[in-house]
Design a protein around this ligand. Sequence first.
Ligand code: ADP
Ligand code: MG
Length: 405
Amino acid sequence: MEDVKQLTILCLASYEKGHEFLRQCRRQGARVVLLTSQSLKDKAQWPVESIDEIFYMADDNGKWDREQLLNAVSYLARSREINRIVPLDDFDVEVAAYLREHLRVPGMGETRAHYFRDKLAMRMQAREGGLAVPDFVHVLNHGRVNRFIDRVPGPWVLKPRSMAGAIGIRKVHSKDEIWPIVDELGDMQSHYLLERFVPGDIFHVDSIIYEREVLFAIASGYGRPPMEVSHEGGIFTTRILDRQSELTRRLVDTNSAVMSALGMLRGVSHTEFIVSHADATIYFLETSARVGGAHIADLVEAASGLNLWAEWAKVEIAGGKSTYAVAPPREDYAGLLVSLAKQEHPDTSSYNDPEVVWRMDKRHHAGLIVRSPSHARVQELIASYTGRFASDFMAYVPPRSAPTE
Ligand SMILES: Nc1ncnc2c1ncn2[C@@H]1O[C@H](COP(=O)(O)OP(=O)(O)O)[C@@H](O)[C@H]1O
Ligand SMILES: [Mg+2]
């Protein structure tokens, strides 16, 4: 068994997040080395009391040069025994795998990391594992793309293989529209996939996996589909589903099937599904090997008492070498609302039901989490607050800047 006190955990963060991960590592006595972007230096408010060393890496618009990073980390490793490499942001998942393979640090390698980052790779692997996925084609061979649009009725969704937050996703309605858009992509074409737009509701399952077993999974449903909120504006909502419902059971089971098809060994995952309006089929939409963004971790914590960042730290520290168990979660219900606000500091104090447990503190944003032992009560509050948010705060949302992820 490894001695936690001797463990050095290198955390990569090209974006500021995961404070609870860092704190949990410290609580357990591990050494924490944080490598983050130079451009965040003056903005980020890292929990410095939980970090042993912090290094700033030059970045180009948040992106690191792989070779420079490899050199920098290898240099650090001359005088530090690095035992784990953990990506705090989704964009760091692949680069963490690349560094692990180079330094021969245990954990997810590059091939597997692609299944959790590349929407094409995850689709192909999930389909091979027998999961239902929206029909898709890689925007690579034009003959194949033509056969796809002849065979699969529109509308279609054209999406980049590895971006998040509905960035760059376009809904395409007719065949005539497709080729000019694809042509314009030029050399970027092969970084895209085209898939059938499946009308339905969008759900997410957030889970903790240890030694291939899903030890905790909680299913939630978005209000309006994230793409609509992102493209048309509006209020982003999501709420925990009724734990006793058939839909919850089906989503949780499908999530386990996704984790096993993609070979998730240990970690946390935020996985999304479409439940089709046509026949309630559950389609696998996308997954990730990280804690969900857009305050979903706060939602899950409100309902279950589990902080996914802290749990992930425990999982990484245990590392398959010692036992890890999830404490029995609380079974409350919770719902989250977020809207862009026309006010710089929107005042949410009139949303004063006792169920409000969290308020967002971010310029030009209004956000709340409500919690109740009753699923119906959460539904009721979300419905009424959504209407009130629309008149109190909602601002025009420029495309691609919605607070979804
Ligand atoms: N095939 C599809 N059918 C219907 N809606 C889709 C489809 N693909 C994406 N969407 C919509 O776009 C949103 C974002 O797509 P997703 O693949 O989850 O990418 P990301 O969340 O990384 O931007 C989804 O939440 C959903 O609203
Ligand atoms: Mg998504």
